[in-house]
Ligand binder design. Structure first.
Ligand code: PBG
Length: 347
């Protein structure tokens, strides 16, 4: 009985591999036989120039604070942001994104700090633009670092987030950031109509060359918690579900992206990335604009937590994650895992 089974198995293999007359490339492993051939036939590759590294900025000099929920990531004073950005640029990173931590006494209901020409963000933009002019500087347009309640928009007494009032402020904010040296402004607030308003505001202030990267499909995600911990922007009421998207929706994401594109967005983003690969893939098929993805703080924290427990190897896990995001269709990826991925790519 056993022998009979064995014979059957052998004849199956013989049939499968004896059909060279059909000229079918049935031996799939030929293309995997060496590192050289594997790299020659690779369909997707992750490049250093695909990556954007976010920074959390704090006041002071030579200041470096650990972030409990993001092992390996620090809040840095502007001088250290500059030093780190210089090193990363030398190693091949072309873009950085800046997020300021606003001291609580500078936060307010009206988020005035967002426009102050000498704010922490604006000073850091000027410093880096002057010292590293070839690096692409991306600055965030949203009110959460500046409002006392931590929402991305202005709120009324009934704790509703006010769309049009917020958009007017975002337009001014984008101009102030462009003035300070931002190459790309990135509205991450999800208010309606802000991309068109920002485009017009920039153009009227002669910043026609400042790009807009729109966080087009930004989902109301639980994976942003470490970021809010890093920026100290915990919400004092409610949640962000009246402006960020329901995680189950994909057609709505495509419509959001279409509107942003019509309003003048240069780059369209999907965020988070790893759980939304279908959204990235569909958007890639529908737009001729570059698609960005944000591999967010919680996605970083998960892998690092498992790494610290010895469950997996972070550099290769991050490489695989980002390669998947690229394969889905992203052209550029915001990620905190730059250090690990560079280590992986260099070895
Ligand atoms: C807020 C903003 C958030 C992130 C980027 N910009 C958090 C939020 O919407 O609450 C999240 C990034 C991350 O988790 O890494 N405008």
């Amino acid at each position: 009985m056993k022998e009979k089974l064995h014979e059957n198995a052998l004849s199956f293999l013989k049939e499968r591999y004896d059909n060279t007359h059909l000229n079918l490339p049935l031996r799939m492993r030929r293309n995997r036989k060496s590192p050289a051939i594997r790299s020659l036939v690779a369909e997707t590759s992750l490049l250093k120039s695909d990556l954007v590294l976010p920074f959390f900025i704090i006041e002071g000099e030579r200041k470096k604070e650990a972030i409990a929920s993001m092992p390996g990531i620090f809040r840095l004073s502007p001088d250290l942001v500059l030093r780190e950005a210089e090193e990363m640029h030398t190693r091949g990173i072309q873009g950085i994104a800046l997020f300021p931590v606003t001291p609580s006494d500078l936060k307010s209901e009206q988020a005035e700090e967002a426009l102050r020409p000498d704010s922490l963000l604006h000073r850091t933009l000027r410093l880096i633009k002057k010292e590293i002019p070839s690096l692409c500087l991306i600055s965030d347009v949203a009110l959460d670092p500046y409002t006392t309640h931590g929402h991305d928009g202005l709120a009324n007494k009934a704790e509703e987030i006010l769309n049009d009032e917020t958009v007017r402020l975002l337009g001014k904010m984008a101009v102030a950031q462009a003035e300070a040296g931002a190459d790309v402004v990135a509205p991450s607030d999800m208010m309606d109509g802000r991309v068109g308003f920002i485009r017009r505001s920039l153009d009227l202030s002669s910043f026609q060359n400042t790009s807009i990267l729109a966080y087009s499909a930004k989902y109301a995600s639980s994976f942003y918690s470490p970021f809010r911990d890093a920026l100290q922007t915990e919400l004092s009421f409610g949640d962000k579900k009246t402006y960020q998207m329901h995680p189950g929706n994909v057609r709505e994401a495509l419509l959001e992206a279409e509107l942003d594109e019509k309003e003048g967005a240069d780059i369209l983003m999907v965020k988070p990335a790893g759980m939304y690969l279908d959204v990235i893939a569909k958007l890639r098929e529908r737009t001729h604009r570059p698609v960005a993805a944000y591999h967010v703080s919680g996605e970083y924290a998960m892998v690092m937590a498992a790494y610290e427990k010895g469950y997996l190897h972070a550099p290769s896990a991050f490489y695989e994650t980002l390669l998947g995001i690229k394969r889905a269709g992203a052209n550029l990826i915001f990620t905190y895992a730059v250090e690990q991925v560079l280590e992986f790519l260099d070895n």
